[in-house]
Ligand binder design. Structure first.
Ligand SMILES: O=C(O)CCC(=O)C(=O)O
Ligand SMILES: [Fe+2]
Length: 270
């Protein structure tokens, strides 16, 4: 089965898109974000990456961005440059927060769920070519196994920075698996996984009963995924091509969610 990519006219979702999402549990949209925006977001966050290009959790919150870059700050010799760095962290967090609250996204998500939505967390996963963390391949999991929201209230969205396929660590999905709801799972490291572990809570879904599709996508493509859709990803084995993605996550306004010690999800008005 091939992945279906929709080109949007005027950022408007038609009935076909909604039916596709309902049946398959995902939508890949082309043309929501401009190339310029994608490059801008990538440039801003790459400045904060460490040597191994570890994930960055919640770059839309300055305290998260600073806490994850303390060793970089420690290496800066003079006071002015330290202050400049902190100002840059604040500026970047504001930019990322604006994108979490993006009006285009709000409109798309509220049309899909027919509900008001809130932002919950953001996450950048680099898989930079030849870096320590490039080979992280995620085991099949449901993102909602972390937020644990009832029904289909939790939505993950991924903005893909680079063109990607199986060789440089793209995602794979099991379309239709969201219909099973939140399944039993075994807890496993995600953000805290080391470079030799396969991150992700282990779902109990028998993935052999589902077709698997590789998310072969272009730079700037935008994935909207039901939080109960089972998915995973390949390691980036390419020597040349990085695979950065920005994950913006949402929930239906007013519904309960699990905040989590690392992600510290909280309700952010859109
Ligand atoms: O970045 C990846 O390869 C997969 C990430 C993922 O599935 C997640 O963060 O839940
Ligand atoms: Fe995931």
């Amino acid at each position: 089965m091939k992945i279906k990519i929709f080109k949007l006219k005027k950022h408007k979702l038609e009935k076909d898109h909604l039916n596709f999402y309902k049946d398959n549990g995902y939508l890949v949209l082309r043309g929501v974000f401009k190339k310029k925006e994608v490059n801008y977001l990538n440039k801003k966050i790459s400045f904060f990456s460490d040597e191994g290009w570890h994930n960055i959790m919640n770059p839309d919150r300055k305290e998260f961005l600073i806490a994850q870059t303390l060793s970089k700050i420690g290496k800066i010799k003079n006071l002015q440059d330290k202050i400049k760095f902190l100002k840059k962290a604040e500026e970047t967090s504001i930019i990322y927060r604006e994108y979490l609250k993006d009006k285009r996204v709000k409109k798309l998500l509220e049309r899909i769920t027919k509900n008001k939505m809130v932002g919950l967390m953001t996450h950048v996963i680099f898989k930079h070519a030849r870096s320590k963390y490039s080979k992280l391949s995620w085991a099949p999991h449901q993102d909602n196994s972390y937020a644990k929201m009832k029904g289909h209230s939790y939505i993950t969205t991924n903005l893909f920075i680079h063109k990607s396929n199986k060789k440089n660590g793209c995602l794979y999905l099991f379309p239709g698996s969201h219909k099973k709801g939140l399944l039993k799972f075994k807890k496993y490291f995600s953000y805290h996984a080391n470079e030799n572990q396969k991150p992700g809570n282990r779902t109990k879904l028998n993935t052999n009963n589902f077709k698997k599709i590789d998310l072969k996508i272009n730079s700037g493509d935008y994935l909207i995924m039901n939080g109960n859709l089972v998915h995973g990803s390949y390691p980036n084995l390419s020597k040349k091509y990085s695979r950065h993605l920005i994950s913006f996550n949402y929930g239906i306004k007013g519904k309960k969610f699990f905040s989590g010690d690392t992600a510290q999800r909280r309700s952010i008005q859109l």
